[in-house]
Design a binder for this molecule. Structure first.
Ligand code: HEC
Length: 131
């Protein structure tokens, strides 16, 4: 019985240590050249498409549809605004939403990391290419 309790304590400590270690890992660094497909879409896949998909909340940020959703005027009844202004992150509704600056905070449960925000900012400021 004593052995089992000891084992349980060791497993608990081990799991705690592993999860702390994970949290302490540094984020992937900022890429020198931002790729829409590799960098920006990955952020959408991980943080946005649970809500932003066909038949759900607009804009549709699913791979293959997201670029058109962000750079062209949406079909009614969606809000009639282009969400990305090429070359102007600060003036783009997408970036304003992600920084909680003038648009509802996206994702709603809190800002993404500074690196992820910097990736989106650089992508827009570099011309918002579909690269
Ligand atoms: C939990 C669900 C949810 C998640 C996750 C989420 N959104 Fe949203 N998003 C919404 C809802 C709901 C709206 C409409 C809110 C409103 O207009 O007040 C919205 C609206 C938006 C808009 C339009 C804002 C405007 O003013 O027109 C943008 C752009 C947006 N989201 C981007 C994102 C991005 C980028 C992510 C991921 C980083 C994200 N959202 C994650 C639910 C979500």
């Amino acid at each position: 019985m004593k052995k089992i309790v000891q084992l349980m304590i060791m497993v608990t400590l081990g799991l705690t240590a592993t999860s702390c270690y994970k949290d302490a890992l540094p984020e992937a660094p900022m890429p020198a050249n931002v790729s829409y497909q590799k960098d920006v879409q990955t952020i959408f896949n991980r943080n946005c498409i649970g809500c932003h998909k066909v038949g759900n909340t607009s804009p549709n940020l699913v791979d293959g549809s997201s670029y058109a959703s962000l750079t062209t005027l949406p079909a009614p009844p969606a809000e009639q605004e282009i969400l990305v202004t090429k070359g102007d992150a600060a003036g783009s509704i997408l970036f304003q939403a992600m920084t909680g600056n003038g648009a509802p905070q996206m994702p709603p449960n809190g800002k993404l990391s500074a690196t992820k925000l910097a990736i989106v900012e650089k992508w827009i400021n570099d011309g918002a290419l579909n690269n």
